[in-house]
Design a protein around this ligand. Sequence first.
Ligand code: ZN
Length: 255
Amino acid sequence: MRAISRHKLHGVMEMHLRFLRRRVGGLFCIIGFAIVLTYFILLFHTPNRQTMLQSESMRTLIIDPGHGGEDGGAVASDGTLEADVNLQIALRLRALAEFCGVPVVMTRDSSMIDYPTDAGTIAARKVADQKQRVALINSVEHGTLISIHQNFYPAAGPHGAEALYAPTEHSEEFGKRLHNLLLETLDPSNRRVASPISDEIYLMRNVRCPAVLVECGFLSNPEELERLQSNTYDQKLALVMLSAWLQYFQTGWNL
Ligand SMILES: [Zn+2]
């Protein structure tokens, strides 16, 4: 008899708890939605949106479209240059970032590169270009670098984006966040993991800020090449990169 009463009591309590959970859960949803809405209203109705973000320690997004000038990077079977794909994605990322009031610095914003006049060979010009980029990146206070590249493999099979992070402080957290967001939103079947970048990449080895190099996809894979040539996919890639940066910015890792 007592067991039945306890059972009934449990039932009633469970019912009340379920009801409370629904009410409290709903309340949190409403509060959460209100916070997000207020954030965006403030962000987009502040007379100078840039001032709002800059006032919080002047963080700058540095975008590095890999290669350029005399260095086309990898070349797809149809002649598409990696340098051009990198630039298209980078320009989209800059446009989105500036729309959100994020201060942006680009290491290049066209296919041309100003080489020093004393760099006499292609090899010397490539080295000079990398040194110029590192000097520019290291001159930015409170910067975070996203370097944009495309992968290439002798066989057509390999595909999928991956983020490679620099050995500098906070790069690993930022790289993993960006990588996971790329997989979750654009390619859930991708089994790659974010990894530390090779010591051989001069730029990533010499920058001092948090830095991630994104290999957006393989130019050697025909389906991925087609996707990377589409404006819609480039826009999605840029949006994911900006979202990862905004999440990173909000967590305060860079303070
Ligand atoms: Zn590259």
